[in-house]
Design a protein around this ligand. Sequence first.
Ligand code: C5P
Length: 239
Amino acid sequence: AAFYALVPAAGSGARMGGEKPKQYLPLAGRPLIWHGLRALCGVARISRVFVVLSPHDADWVAHDWSTFGTKLMPLFCGGATRADSVLNGLRATADQVRAEDWMLVHDAARPCLTSAQVDSLIDTVCRDSPGDGGILALPVADTLKRADEHAAIATIAATVPRSGLWQAQTPQMFRHGDLLRALASGKDAQAIEAITDEASAMEMLGFRPCLVKSDPGNLKVTYPSDQRLAEWILQQRGE
Ligand code: C5P
């Protein structure tokens, strides 16, 4: 089976509070999304990297992507939610990707991914979980509290034991046909809003994806402080 990557980048980045969608915010001298695309394009086994953009995207053409050559392919088919964007991207690539080929879905908002982390995901999934796929993830380090939803101020209702809990990251790697079926059935069941990552859609169909230990450097840029941390990480690596 061949390997492909798909990067949903059709969000508005409302939590960053700016005008520009966060995938285009400047980070270490490049648009934020550029760095994750570089890590994915740098993996020799990955034949092509698809980027799912909003049909109204006005920023993509303003930047220079030529260093990635024909390995990079933009698709202007983003949807209302992240899961919709991924589903549309899978449908748009169904004519060039076989059902048994691997799709590595990676958030545009995780710029500090390295090609070595991608290689470790691919190696582990192919060895240990070729039927179910897998994701990069990180064991939870903090003590977790569940809030009392009915209290007037945020009050602790319970402490959630953190042992056995992992934070899901991306890439998340599944067979194209399985993932297409999982997201399409999530949409039919009107559960698409609840599908915040690919693995959750796969779990609903009974798949048991494996967890491949990542590191905290593969952070998701959600708030402005994350942007500064991500920039620092990239600079430490000399990027
Ligand atoms: O907003 P959040 O950080 O959860 O978004 C995760 C990823 O999903 C981002 O790369 C964002 O651009 C993408 N996304 C998308 N289509 C949407 C919403 C988010 O491709 N409708």
